[in-house]
Design a protein around this ligand. Structure first.
Ligand code: C5P
Length: 222
């Protein structure tokens, strides 16, 4: 039987990973955080002091890097060539550079191939920007998750506060806005809401409500 694919796309900070992770957990599906893969390549490029303008170098880097997403209890560990970068890839420095790396066609080709391979033989919940539109165009369930820019920035702010990392909310708002613009305007597989994606505006909604909406969309399995 065909594996089931649930594609969740949307702008930064809409709650995709929180919701996708929990939907996957309840269904016993594999959760694939594709943003973490672009972040991992960005981390490695900066670590090696490479120019983020050199598309060939970045593509070669994506090809040779071994990026692993490992389930670690309720969370997901991200390894790059066996180095645990789970926390490092969430830094403001990575967030402000990742869209540039993700705009490189060659980098996307390498990572998309890995993403499709993972979804080929097992049920998955995959989140990102181009999952329903490009990576898994035949996904049985496609969701476009969004929320107001204020709410998205505020959620990010609370996340950082909870980790004890001081940040300015206004800066987060600017960073998110800039990243969304970059992701939506790039030439290759931009952030887009496809006609067959179910729109969920999570502004003012709790996590559980969003999860239920998604579970309700699943075709009956029996
Ligand atoms: O989801 P997250 O915010 O961690 O993604 C980080 C960045 O990775 C996005 O801003 C985008 O530039 C890139 N990305 C992408 N395609 C995906 C997932 C993420 O271009 N499928």
């Amino acid at each position: 039987i065909e594996p089931i694919q649930i594609a969740i796309d949307g702008p930064a900070g809409a709650g995709k990973s929180t919701v996708a992770k929990e939907v996957a957990r309840r269904l016993g599906f594999l959760y694939i955080d594709t943003g973490a893969m672009y972040r991992a390549v960005t981390w490695l490029a900066l670590e090696r002091g490479l120019s983020l303008h050199d598309e060939e170098v970045l593509t070669a880097l994506a090809q040779e890097a071994s990026i692993q997403l490992l389930r670690k209890g309720d969370s997901l560990a991200v390894l790059v060539d066996t180095i645990d970068v789970t926390d490092a890839i969430r830094s403001p420095q990575i967030s402000s550079n990742v869209s540039q790396v993700a705009a490189v066609a060659g980098v996307r080709m390498v990572l998309v191939e890995q993403q499709r391979a993972m979804a080929k033989s097992q049920n998955v919940v995959m989140d990102g920007r181009d999952i329903g539109s490009y990576v898994l165009p035949f996904a049985q369930v496609k969701i476009f998750l969004t929320a107001s820019i204020e709410e998205r920035a505020h959620r990010r702010y609370l996340e950082f506060m909870n980790k004890g990392i001081p940040v300015e909310e206004e800066r987060l708002r600017q960073e998110i806005r800039r990243r969304d613009e970059q992701d939506a305007s790039r030439d290759v597989a931009p952030l887009v809401r496809t006609a067959d994606a179910f729109l969920i505006d999570t502004t003012g909604l709790g996590i559980e409500e969003v999860i239920q909406k998604i579970l309700d969309l699943l075709p009956n399995r029996g």
